[in-house]
Design a binder for this molecule. Structure first.
Ligand code: HEC
Length: 99
């Protein structure tokens, strides 16, 4: 079993770690706070959660658009983007707990 995980991990984890290393650290609780504080002023979390289901959603474009609308700092935008595109399922699960 461990061996199997190791093989699966060689592909999936390398990708995951590479994605994490290149962006701001992603922590489920921090993500939940950032999204809640910065992204639910104009619309509910539902709007984000329905889009989160779309694997091909262009989050970099969406976050840049929302950042302009809400005058969000670059730092907040970067963080939100890392959270929304995180390969870690617990991040999505924490942002959208009703699922
Ligand atoms: C200043 C107000 C405001 C803020 C802040 C804001 N949004 Fe939005 N958001 C909107 C409006 C208005 C729309 C509808 C735009 C439209 O339909 O063209 C929208 C639509 C969306 C959509 C649907 C877009 C689509 O293409 O289907 C998503 C996803 C979204 N917002 C995510 C976010 C995220 C993530 C954040 C935080 C980084 C955020 N929003 C912050 C105003 C805001």
């Amino acid at each position: 079993m461990n061996k199997l995980l190791g093989i699966l991990c060689a592909g999936a984890c390398t990708f995951g770690f590479a994605a994490m290393a290149s962006s701001t650290e992603v922590n489920p609780q921090t993500c939940q706070q950032v999204i809640e504080n910065s992204c639910t002023k104009c619309h509910g979390i539902k709007r984000i959660c329905t889009t989160l289901d779309k694997a091909d959603a262009d989050w970099s474009a969406i976050v840049a658009d929302m950042g302009r609308r809400g005058k969000l700092s670059q730092e907040v935008q970067d963080q939100a983007l890392s959270c929304l595109t995180s390969a870690d399922v617990t991040v999505k699960g924490t942002i959208c707990p009703q699922k």
